[in-house]
Design a protein around this ligand. Structure first.
Ligand code: GZL
Ligand code: ZN
Length: 339
């Protein structure tokens, strides 16, 4: 009897171990299949976008979405509706979801250290795009790709130096300044800070220029209109409007025209982004200089994300190509802008 029992338990042991082995092998195969399907389906990228505050922004979002679709990259997109706390929540959800790469447009420069530390602890590389960040440990993100806002600001200043090159003597005789209004972008954003800094740097050696009004319109057309109503009440001797984006410029033009002020003639206007409506205004003589800020960075961004997902390193700092359009150019040569 005992012998039989022993025999049965031996057979039973063999059967159970066969079941366990087949399960493990199956599971392994299962594991293999799952990683196979991820490879087939492409990498997963968490994309945290600021919002949809301007034509530039919506074009930038479209560019990333289209590039991801073309490359078979799964994009988990979040629109933060202009709130940093929403971006931080989005990054945390990407970490929980274990995306392969995080791509984000930091609305402002500060406040990202903790969440980027969490991404690093989770082993998820981070690509910063469009706007820059200030973090104590720069190794918390892999690199930046975007536009050079300092250069955009300098180009705005250089245009004014040329436009008003004969005004220096008048100023020295009469002390009568060239009065500038600045429509500032989002407070604390690297692009507004860069555009302001580059502009002031170029005008520094030219006391004939003075900035008599500078306020944030948050890159919004509606706020550009409101600020124009205010500064046109406050000043009747404005010579220039320097606007950090076309959206705010278009709002200001509306307020000027309501008051019979001729944009581009009574007041010189320099604006940044180069969305179609600004090029149209340049052609109509309503603005005098349009500085391009290139939103179509999607293909570059996705390629960099794929390199990060493959464990490669990427350039720390990458600027995309940008033009400047002047009233004196042959404006018929400008291609349709697509935003
Ligand atoms: C610039 C980008 C700015 C645009 C605005 O790189 O961050 O934000 O100039 C947009 O139109 O809202
Ligand atoms: Zn000068």
């Amino acid at each position: 009897m005992f012998h039989n029992n022993k025999q049965i338990s031996k057979q039973l042991l063999i059967i159970i171990s066969l079941i366990i082995i087949s399960f493990l092998v199956g599971c392994g195969a299962q594991e293999e299949k799952r990683s196979q399907t991820i490879d087939d389906e492409g990498i997963i990228v968490g994309f945290s976008q600021i919002g949809a505050e301007s034509a530039w922004r919506t074009c930038n979002t479209r560019s990333v979405q289209e590039a991801a679709a073309e490359r078979g990259v799964q994009l988990v997109y979040d629109n933060a509706e202009q709130k940093q706390e929403n971006q931080i929540k989005a990054l945390r959800s990407f970490i929980a979801y274990q995306v392969d790469v995080i791509v984000f447009v930091p609305i402002v420069t500060d406040g990202w250290d903790n969440v980027l530390q969490e991404a690093r602890d989770a082993g998820i590389p981070v690509l910063v795009t469009d706007r820059k960040i200030d973090v104590a440990d720069p190794s918390l993100y892999a690199g930046f790709i975007g536009t050079d806002s300092l250069k955009e600001g300098r180009n705005a200043g250089l245009f004014l130096l040329d436009k008003f090159k004969n005004e220096r003597e008048r100023f020295e005789k009469t002390g009568d300044h060239i009065n500038i209004v600045e429509l500032f972008g989002t407070e604390g954003s690297s692009v507004a800070l860069g555009r302001a800094e580059g502009f002031r740097e170029v005008l520094a050696g030219h006391p004939e220029f003075q900035i008599v009004y500078s306020k944030s319109g948050d890159f919004l057309r509606s706020k550009g209109y409101e600020l124009a109503v205010e500064f046109l009440e406050m000043h009747n001797d404005i010579d220039v409007i320097y606007s950090h984006n076309d959206g705010m410029t278009l709002g200001a033009i509306e307020a000027m025209e309501e008051r019979g002020i001729i944009p581009g003639t009574d007041i010189v206007i320099v604006t940044i982004d180069a969305q179609q409506a600004a090029i149209d205004a340049l052609r109509e003589g309503k603005v005098n200089c349009v500085i391009e800020c290139n939103p179509k960075t999607g293909p570059e961004i996705i390629k960099l994300a794929e390199r990060l997902a493959a464990g490669e390193s990427i350039p720390r700092l990458q600027y995309v190509h940008e033009e400047v359009f002047y009233e004196t150019d042959d404006l018929s040569l400008i291609e349709p802008r697509g935003y």
